[in-house]
Design a protein around this ligand. Structure first.
Ligand code: SF4
Ligand code: SF4
Length: 422
């Protein structure tokens, strides 16, 4: 079915442009009212969520004519989901699903970007979305962690590509392991048996590669008898929790982001952040932990014949409100000395860090531009630091900061918790 199944949704777009902004009652001024990085940067309707639907509808009707400009529009989108959430504030129609399907069709038709093809070639060879130097589990050397493929464990910590291989990001894997050890969690890692979750391949439109990765991971998990997976990466969280479920691959697996798990461990009295961390912070909601981390809804029904877009039974839409928002905030509030001030665009209306949808790889300048927008918003709160809950966000923000010379510090939530329990 692909894009065709969303023909009615795409035709329903009334070009109101609500998908470009946060809802009116949340707007504090012209600054930070935008929610779509793509249309904000390129300033042309076709680059918005609605514009993408208009193009998709036209192409279904008139045939697919791939021009350079069309592909520029398709690939300069972080697939961040903000347009869908803003549209669905008032409208009952799918926005992100047809945008995803459009990207998938481009890849199926061979209309790709060389930078993305290169990343996917690496994925097929090494099971990683980042260059794989050494072994996947090398970061854990000397930490005496259990191998979940050889020993029975309660929890599998899925580390993820960036945190496993990037020397600057391995600190997050070590912090996560230390937190779980301190709380006495019976956990393990899969080491070299771990492979990429496939989530970022899906965002880029490489659906078959995503499915291949998902099946490999679930086979390993089944073999190991694991019932709970914890990840500290928002992409990994969305892949395991939402996408594996969407494609009926997840089964009964429990999937938790580390911020949810830490929150639970603190509430259960197993983790006590006692050490003072004297820091004013603001919190950045990663797209794939927040609005795109909302559970999948397995709705089945049919359209009632006629012009109106009505279904039997009524269709239930994912509106981004059931993402992981409160646990990271509660964790921050539980750390003595941490003072949280919120930005304007938060929770389901969070501004993307810039790295999703392959933009980081195919147009790093746009990724950096998007990150700089968020850094400026974080600075406007007066906070000393921005805390996030995804290694990709931290990496992108720090790269942007190194260019702007901003004094804002960026931390992952596990870094602050690690300090507070030391
Ligand atoms: S996608 Fe939704 S919000 Fe955007 S223009 Fe179309 S109807 Fe309006
Ligand atoms: S997914 Fe994000 S970047 Fe793409 S059109 Fe929607 S809001 Fe804009």
């Amino acid at each position: 079915m692909g894009l065709e199944q969303y023909k009615g949704d795409m035709e329903m777009c009334c070009r109101c442009s609500a998908c470009k902004f946060i809802p009116m009652q949340r707007v504090n001024g012209l600054q930070y009212a935008n929610v779509c990085p793509s249309v904000s940067k390129y300033n042309f309707h076709s680059y918005s969520g609605g514009g993408r639907l208009n193009i998709g509808a036209a192409m279904l009707k008139e045939g697919f004519n791939y021009t350079d400009r069309l592909l520029d529009i398709v690939y300069n989108c972080q697939m961040c989901g903000a347009c869908g959430v803003s549209c669905n504030y008032a409208m009952d129609m799918e926005v992100m699903e047809p945008i995803n399907e459009f990207r998938i069709k481009c890849v199926e038709d061979g209309k790709t970007r060389p930078a993305l093809d290169k990343v996917i070639t690496g994925l097929r060879k090494h099971g990683s979305m980042v260059p794989a130097t050494g072994k996947r589990g090398d970061w854990a050397s000397g930490l005496n962690l259990k191998d979940a493929t050889k020993e029975k464990v309660d929890v599998l910590y899925h580390v993820g590509c960036l945190t496993s291989y990037d020397k600057n990001m391995q600190k997050l894997a070590k912090a996560t392991a230390k937190i779980l050890q301190k709380a006495g969690v019976d956990f393990g890692i899969a080491g070299d048996a771990e492979t990429c979750c496939g989530g970022r391949a899906y965002q880029m439109g490489y659906k078959e590669d995503f499915l291949s990765q998902a099946k490999k991971n679930m086979a390993m998990i089944k073999e190991a008898g694991v019932k709970t997976v914890v990840t500290a990466c928002a992409d990994g969280y969305q892949a395991f929790k939402v996408l594996y479920d969407k494609f009926n691959l997840k089964g009964g697996l429990e999937v938790l982001h580390i911020s949810e798990y830490i929150d639970k461990l603190i509430r259960d009295g197993r983790l006590k952040p006692r050490k003072k961390v004297d820091l004013s912070v603001t919190y950045h909601d990663p797209c794939r932990l927040g609005r795109l981390g909302e559970p999948w809804i397995h709705w089945q029904g049919k359209k009632i014949p006629g012009d109106r877009f009505v279904f039997d039974p009524p269709k239930v839409y994912r509106r981004g409100t059931h993402g992981v928002y409160q646990p990271p905030r509660d964790v921050l509030k539980s750390i003595p000395g941490v003072r949280l001030t919120e930005m304007t665009r938060i929770k389901e209306y969070s501004w993307c860090c810039g790295t999703g949808g392959g933009v980081n790889e195919s147009n790093p300048g746009f990724a950096q531009w998007t990150a700089r927008e968020r850094i400026e918003e974080a600075e406007s709160t007066g906070a000393e630091a921005m805390v996030t809950a995804c290694p990709w966000c931290e990496k992108t923000f720090n790269e942007a900061i190194s260019e702007t010379g901003s004094s804002l510090k960026v931390y992952d939530i596990v870094e602050l918790v690690e300090t507070a329990i030391s």
